[in-house]
Design a protein around this ligand. Structure first.
Ligand SMILES: NC(=O)c1ccc[n+]([C@@H]2O[C@H](COP(=O)([O-])OP(=O)(O)OC[C@H]3O[C@@H](n4cnc5c(N)ncnc54)[C@H](OP(=O)(O)O)[C@@H]3O)[C@@H](O)[C@H]2O)c1
Length: 314
């Protein structure tokens, strides 16, 4: 989802010399394959959009795969980028790097200030390692090699290209699919995990892509002014959140599902609230454009273009 959106944004801005690889074409957890890719292509800049990604269920079911694959992908890419002389790289983390009970909204300073949410701790630890890897390369090789690696921590994302798997997807694509199928099958009710009260923030993926290119194009002095050598990441979000119940109502209305929405409080809620403080990035000149209802309408249009056998691709 994010990689395609970044490509759309770079093409919109007139970049023509993009080198991309799908998972099938290049397994980024394979060190030798990543090394020969970098040696052959010699990119000038790197956007690392590949990762093992999923919702609560996937994180809880495959913790070993989440920590191993993410560490391998980012170690291989960041290190080989350095070895082949790449000076600019963008690493994407996630809001789950912050402690479960971090003060809200979560500012960049909250990193490593408390215990993580257990359900996605392995994924979060890998993402924290990615930030620290970029920082360490900047600190050791910034002066000598001009290394300038940057990290963005997006809030929950959604939009075209999302994953609609029945068990492994995030909340917005999961609910789009559930409400769509409930409408088609004329079901009286849709049951949603948890109490419906947790608050979450959602960013449309094309807004993240704009933020990614914006941050990569930012002058070094400006990025350095907004960060510190050992706290070099920036949050990216919309600045406001809503409850899962409010979100479910918006999705039901976009999908035109008119049955009942029932919450199952025996299932886990995750963190009570997750709202990013994105004022550092806002002060640098970026802000989100797409509001949640418009974004979900676009996401639903994209979903309706898929054939049912494409929902469960993972
Ligand atoms: N989605 C969100 O809500 C969200 C929120 C915050 C941050 N992020 C971050 O944004 C980035 C992109 O996420 P996304 O939502 O775009 O996820 P996505 O749609 O699942 O895209 C991830 C891509 O990485 C590929 N990939 C996985 N393992 C790979 C490997 N070993 N080698 C090469 N490619 C591999 C996947 O290919 P396959 O599908 O074939 O495995 C997929 O194309 C990630 O760093 C993620 O942590 C996402």
């Amino acid at each position: 989802m994010v990689g395609s959106a970044i490509v759309r944004e770079l093409e919109r801005k007139g970049y023509t010399n993009l080198v991309v690889r799908t998972h099938t074409e290049l397994d980024l957890s394979n060190q030798a394959a990543v090394q020969s890719f970098f040696e052959k292509e010699k990119p000038q800049q790197v956007y690392l959009a590949a990762a093992r990604v999923g919702g609560i269920h996937a994180n809880n079911t495959y913790p070993a795969e989440f920590i191993y694959e993410n560490l391998m992908i980012q170690n291989n890419v960041i290190h080989q980028a350095f070895v082949t002389g790449v000076q600019k790289l963008l690493f994407l983390g996630s809001s789950c790097i912050y402690p479960k009970l971090a003060p809200q909204p979560m500012s960049e300073d909250a990193l490593l200030s408390g215990k993580l949410e257990p359900t996605n701790e392995p994924y979060a630890i890998a993402k924290i390692a990615g930030i620290k890897m970029c920082e360490s390369y900047n600190r050791q090789y910034g002066r000598s090699h001009g290394v300038n690696y940057r990290s963005l921590m997006p809030t929950n994302l959604y939009g075209p290209g999302d994953n609609y798997h029945s068990e492994n997807s995030h909340v917005i694509p999961a609910l789009i699919r559930r409400f769509h199928e409930a409408k088609i099958n004329q079901l009286d009710e849709v049951v949603i995990w948890g109490t419906g009260t947790p608050r979450r923030e959602f960013l449309y993926v094309d807004d993240l892509a704009r933020a990614s290119v914006f941050v990569m194009e930012l002058a070094k002095e400006k990025y350095d002014q907004a960060t510190t050598p050992m706290q070099s990441h920036l949050n990216v979000g919309v600045g406001c959140d809503l409850t899962i119940a409010e979100l479910a109502n918006i999705i039901a209305s976009v999908v035109q599902y008119s049955g009942k929405i029932v919450f199952d409080p025996t299932k886990p809620d995750g963190s009570p609230r997750k709202l990013m403080q994105s004022t550092r990035l806002n002060d640098l000149g970026w802000e989100a454009h797409v509001n949640i209802r418009d974004g979900i309408e676009k996401a639903y249009l994209d979903f309706c273009r898929l054939k049912p056998n494409q929902f469960d691709y993972k």
